[in-house]
Design a protein around this ligand. Structure first.
Ligand code: ADP
Ligand code: MG
Length: 223
């Protein structure tokens, strides 16, 4: 019992350290991001220079997602509740990921309602699920991604569906593990973060997937 307590304390202080480090990474990253944006606007995006700027901006975005995901993994409980509009949040997510998401047809059924929740946690959940859905759909016939949020009596029900590659039976038990990825440049943190946040909020994650036919993630969060 003693030992388990010490282990828990050790993990908690590691989480605090990681959170601190990541905040320190995010600040310079934001400056780089802003700087590249400025250069793109002023120097244009054509030619070799444009290509280099595009690479920097894409990779900065990736790094930012990596550290943000890691932060939420280390500290899933952080953050306060606030009031925000669900549809506005989705719009923000679609805007930030526009270059990736424009590769598929996106169908959204998300009501324009104010909810009381942690906006950043919701953003992490929706963004990670949508990115995976899009990445699974790019090379298939039906590159269509659907997102739906329903307000039930006691829960919010989030559904993200794609008609992409599907998830092979033999890796299905591993996809929520941190750092598990089947992608050449994947981080394997997306679903681990989704799972941690949902678990922390005492919600539920359900997965329906068939190889070659697509995948549906259903997330239930108590209201
Ligand atoms: P990453 O996207 O960086 O690989 P994730 O934790 O987001 O990490 O996902 C882990 C793995 O789960 C992916 O590498 C992929 O094999 C699988 N996966 C997740 N979502 C989907 C999906 N919608 N369709 C097919 N495979 C998926
Ligand atoms: Mg992912």
């Amino acid at each position: 019992k003693e030992r388990r307590l010490r282990e828990a304390e050790k993990l908690a202080s590691l989480g605090t350290m990681a959170a601190g480090l990541i905040h320190e990474i995010k600040n310079p990253l934001a400056s780089i991001s802003g700087g590249v944006q400025f250069l793109k606007e002023n120097l244009g995006s054509s030619g070799e220079l444009g290509q280099v700027l595009e690479v920097i901006s894409r990779e900065t975005e990736r790094l930012n997602r990596l550290v943000t995901n890691f932060l939420f993994f280390a500290r899933p409980e952080r953050g306060e509740k606030e009031r925000f509009n669900l549809k506005d949040l989705l719009r923000e997510i679609l805007d930030t990921n526009q270059p990736l998401f424009s590769q598929v047809k996106m169908k959204a059924r998300v009501p324009s309602v104010e909810i009381e929740a942690n906006k950043e946690q919701w953003r992490q959940i929706l963004e990670n699920l949508l990115i995976n859905a899009v990445e699974a759909s790019r090379e298939v016939q039906r590159s269509e991604v659907e997102i739906e949020v329903e307000l039930l009596d006691r829960d919010y029900l989030i559904k993200v569906r794609d008609y992409g590659s599907g998830i092979k039976e033999d890796i299905r038990s591993r996809i929520f593990e941190p750092f598990f990825t089947t992608k050449p440049t994947g981080t394997g943190l997306g679903l681990a973060v989704v799972y941690r946040i949902v678990e922390n909020l005492k919600g539920e994650v359900k997965l329906f997937s068939k190889e070659g036919e697509g995948t549906l993630f259903e997330i239930k969060l108590p209201r």
